[in-house]
Design a protein around this ligand. Structure first.
Ligand code: WTA
Length: 635
């Protein structure tokens, strides 16, 4: 019997040891006993980090939606699969049972087929957090189409770049979306993006806000009309374990966002197994992850992981501040949420509002609290523990990435003793390593280094869509035979890990990864700008905010700086989205550079963080004099 449900700390160690001593046997047992396969694998794992190439469950046949839907119909068909809580608290919540979800997915899948979508085609999904979003992921998966969800807060430019990078044939969107008291013209953004996307043949439009939108004849179709005519059964497409399931873009330190490609078999096994154990989900629980499905957290821990376990998963359309900052707690009380999973930036925003909102609601249903997306500071951790969990609900601080597909370093609720700001121990099967700058592994405890993983796990991304070389360069070249995460971490005296943050030029703002390069590219498009550099600085709520240093062309000097700041932020909003706007913009006559011409972001970061006493030796710079000037004019 495999250890599918771990309940105690001792058991964790036992299972962990088993999983690293004989990974193939371990992952074979888990896969065999807890999932539906149409054909068994011929080989559990083959891997080579040098190439790099990783394959799990090679030769196996399956469909993830059979595991998420069909297999539950008999045992829990009437159980709520998705509990949809709308933006407007006065609009009733929708309870979608497994039987209903299955039917909706089948119909949607038939619509996709009818519009010419086949196995292997890419479908871009640009939807707000409404049930159609989850349904469209599953509909694609059912027929073997590869979904590429783009977060509906991204701009038209960001959307079209992503559509083109993976050559999507179809876009699924809505007439608009609600965001608190505002509505957003999603279809307008899609129309703009589609000016420049030759591969898109059709657009399916869900009705959400009933706005009067432009529908392009022959290209745009109302989703509901097609669903009304669609047949309600749809056989699964039988997929190879290593066939692509989806692409999801994540920012890198340079260049284009990276389309991380995940595959069917390993992703299914690992997200389901982590979900069950990390959150200790039991049959009657109501689980709520507040992330957007536009991010990996939503893919793995709103949709696939929970549904594979037959869970009830809450999908919330709105924002924590609407109609007021009590909204999350109202929802917890209303639906008696048992597991609550959110991000440090949300915790900090809620903590700022005090505890009155909390006191108005009964939060006694909460058993487990989770956090993800960035390091959680000690104050936020305690606020969460004291006020939300009332010191009774363990906090699972889950470290992972778009690239890893599932949770990697985490406590197991009720088993692993927690420690504020520590993600604690590797999940079953995960073999982390800390590396020094010379490429040597740092052994022992009370050490810090760069976080790597030594051995493959089932849900790791297999490549960057269309660019395997970049996959190799980014993740497998820094250290021999290791997956490099881009994060720094320390290991304490008992072996617990604390993630200290990115060691590259990715800045995490409100839990969103932002690469510096695309933002700088957007700024540099301004006709008055000559050069720019972005760094992060600490921010109470967002974790980090962005500080931009900008040099102007001669002609720009006479321009009004406040207007320029507005124009720069406008450009960023258009190219990337409002999440990437700069909080501070300093105009300067130069940027500190090495003799080889590299911008010294480290120095700029120290200045933005008010740590000018830690600049180190600047005399070897190409232009040491600009450092003084920048310090004198810091904002
Ligand atoms: C950071 C989100 C500290 C980290 C699932 C990682 C964290 C990046 C944590 C991935 C955590 C995520 N503690 N840092 N618990 N979780 N991170 O791809 O820097 O959006 O590399 O995946 O977020 O962000 P991504």
């Amino acid at each position: 019997m495999s250890n599918y449900h771990i309940k105690q700390f001792e058991e964790y160690f036992q299972v962990y040891r088993k999983s690293v001593r004989n990974p193939e046997q371990f992952w074979e047992e888990i896969a065999e006993e807890h999932f539906v396969w149409r054909k068994k694998w011929t080989n559990v794992l083959s891997w080579d980090f040098k190439k790099p190439e990783v394959k799990w469950y090679e030769g196996a046949k399956l469909n993830i939606t059979e595991n998420c839907l069909d297999r539950h119909l008999r045992t829990r068909g009437d159980k709520t699969a998705i509990l949809f809580e709308p933006n407007d608290p006065n609009e009733p919540a929708e309870h979608i049972s497994y039987i209903q979800l299955h039917e909706r997915v089948c119909k949607f899948a038939n619509v996709l087929k009818e519009k010419g979508i086949k196995k292997g085609d890419r479908v871009c999904i640009y939807l707000p957090m409404i049930p159609e979003l989850a349904v469209s992921l599953l509909a694609c998966a059912r027929i073997g189409a590869i979904h590429s969800v783009v977060f509906a807060g991204f701009s038209a430019t960001a959307l079209s770049t992503r559509i083109n990078d993976s050559d999507c044939k179809m876009v699924i969107t809505a007439d608009g979306s609600y965001r608190g008291a505002k509505t957003i013209d999603l279809k307008g953004i899609v129309d703009e993006a589609l000016n420049d996307t030759p591969g898109v043949e059709s657009v399916l439009v869900a009705k959400r806000i009933n706005s009067d939108i432009n529908m392009k004849e022959g290209r745009d179709f109302w989703l509901q009309t097609l669903l009304d005519e669609a047949y309600q059964d749809c056989d699964i497409e039988i997929m190879d374990a290593e066939d692509p399931l989806f692409i999801l873009y994540t920012s890198g330190s340079t260049g284009m966002p990276k389309g991380m490609m995940h595959t069917c078999g390993g992703y299914m096994v690992y997200t389901a197994y982590t979900f069950k154990n990390v959150f200790q989900y039991t049959e009657k629980d109501v689980y709520w992850c507040t992330a957007d499905i536009g991010w990996i957290t939503g893919h793995s821990y709103i949709v696939y992981g929970p549904l594979c376990n037959g869970a009830t998963t809450v999908m919330f359309e709105g924002v924590p501040s609407y109609p007021d900052f009590g909204r999350f707690w109202e929802i917890v009380e209303k639906h008696k949420v048992n597991q609550f999973y959110t991000a440090p930036t949300a915790i900090r925003a809620l903590a700022k509002e005090g505890v009155e909102h909390l006191e108005k609601h009964d939060l006694s249903s909460i058993k487990v609290l989770g956090t993800v997306g960035e390091p959680i500071n000690e104050e936020a951790w305690h606020w969460y523990d004291d006020n939300v969990g009332k010191k009774k609900a363990p906090i699972v601080d889950t470290w992972w990435q778009t690239e890893t597909g599932g949770i990697m370093i985490t406590p197991i609720a009720f088993a692993t003793p927690t420690k504020p700001t520590y993600a604690t121990l590797p999940f079953i099967g995960i073999q982390p390593a800390l590396m020094d700058e010379n490429g040597k592994e740092i052994k022992g405890n009370q050490v810090d280094g760069r976080l790597c993983v030594k051995f493959p796990w089932p849900s790791m991304a297999r490549t960057i869509w269309g660019n395997h070389q970049r996959y190799k360069d980014t993740y497998f070249s820094a250290y021999e035979n290791m997956y490099f995460t881009g994060d720094g971490a320390l290991r304490d005296e008992v072996g617990y890990y604390r993630i200290t943050g990115r060691v590259d030029d990715v800045i995490i703002v409100s839990g969103h990864n932002l690469g510096t390069a695309p933002i700088e590219d957007a700024i540099n498009e301004h006709p008055a700008v000559s050069e720019s550099a972005i760094v992060g600085f600490p921010h109470d709520v967002k974790g980090n905010a962005l500080y931009g240093y900008v040099t102007l062309k001669e002609t720009g000097e006479s321009r009004n700086h406040d207007n320029l700041r507005k124009e720069i932020n406008q450009l960023i909003t258009e190219q990337i989205g409002p999440i990437a706007k700069l909080d501070k913009i300093q105009f300067t006559n130069g940027l500190p550079k090495t003799r080889s011409g590299k911008i010294m972001r480290r120095i700029l970061r120290k200045i933005a963080c008010n740590e000018t006493d830690q600049l180190g030796d600047t005399s070897t710079l190409l232009n040491p004099e600009v450092v003084e000037e920048i310090i004198d004019n810091v904002i």
